[in-house]
Design a protein around this ligand. Sequence first.
Ligand code: 9MR
Length: 365
Amino acid sequence: MLSRRALAVVAGGSAAALLAVAAVLVAGRSSGGGPQGAGQDGAGQPSATAPLRDLAAARGIRIGTALAADHLTGTPAAVAAREFDAVTPENEMKWERVEPERGHYDWAAADAVVAFAQAHGMQVRGHNLVWHSQLPQWLTTGDFTAGELRALMLRHVTDEVTHFRGRVAAWDVVNEPFADDGTHRAGLWYRQLGVSYIADAFTAAHAADPAAKLWLNDYTIEGPGPKSEAMYALAKALKQQGVPIDGVGFQAHFALGRVPAGFRATMQRFADLGLDVAVTELDVRMPTPPDGDSLRQQAADYDAVLRACLGVTRCRGLTVWGFSDATSWVPGAFPGQGAATPYDAHYRPKPAYRAMAAALATRTG
Ligand code: 9MR
């Protein structure tokens, strides 16, 4: 039985995607398969052989990865292009990278990631326009008045969106606006401009590229709690005010075994506001080195997140924050932890990869 979304995709001409599902279902009943994702994992699950992106297309969602400009050749590039149909530049579009000096832009690294994505039929998620972190020093130490800061923000948003117009499908316009207790994060923007910076950033981005989808994005909003409530209230208010917001991204940086049981319900609640939702930065960290039990739990966690997205009609896709343990940000940020992605450090698929393929290929809810 095909889902409504799968039928829509097939009706839209993607018969190849339907064939891919058929292929994976057949492969799932045998123990054979290709070199990637072949055989049985530690949990004894059957494996899939079709690339994730084909399986995802058949379910009407995109499957993405964060990608850095220094991973556009060799094995990382080959795996990214084969498995994923969406890309989020990991750092290359952040303010400190694109405007290291006031008014002087350096688009080279971001352009390289975008060109790679275009060459391989991958959609680009722009990350990000306004954030409290990874800002250039000239901006954070500039001692600007509120009026000057607002003008700098609007110009930066306008220039960046304009540069990528037609090449970036969706933008994380405002990233991580809330602290864990649900208050507005006391970063540069909120401190100097108050809450108005958020609507202003969306309005400027929309003016620069009316076709781009515009998103809020944050972490620890996936289950009930003050931060999720704050994000809900903000998204609702922006919609009511007619601010051009299209979606809310759930970053989903999880610790092993900690996927909130209510993730699907949370996404549905936001979708009911008339917004799209997506999983934008999924990873599941664990103490290293991993063992059979932790890899099995991680596979269950990836499965749960993917099924949460598949269970919400307005969930547009799932992006992993790097697909290989070779390049993940986690060990640098959480000493003693890592192994957070679906591929190991040698670019071999882990049980988490096979869990995602299986979740995409089967319809067990
Ligand atoms: O993965 C990114 C890492 O390379 C950077 O050093 C770090 C700097 O803050 O940002 C990481 O990506 C973050 C993303 O931009 C926003 N959500 C949290 C991600 C992980 O920290």
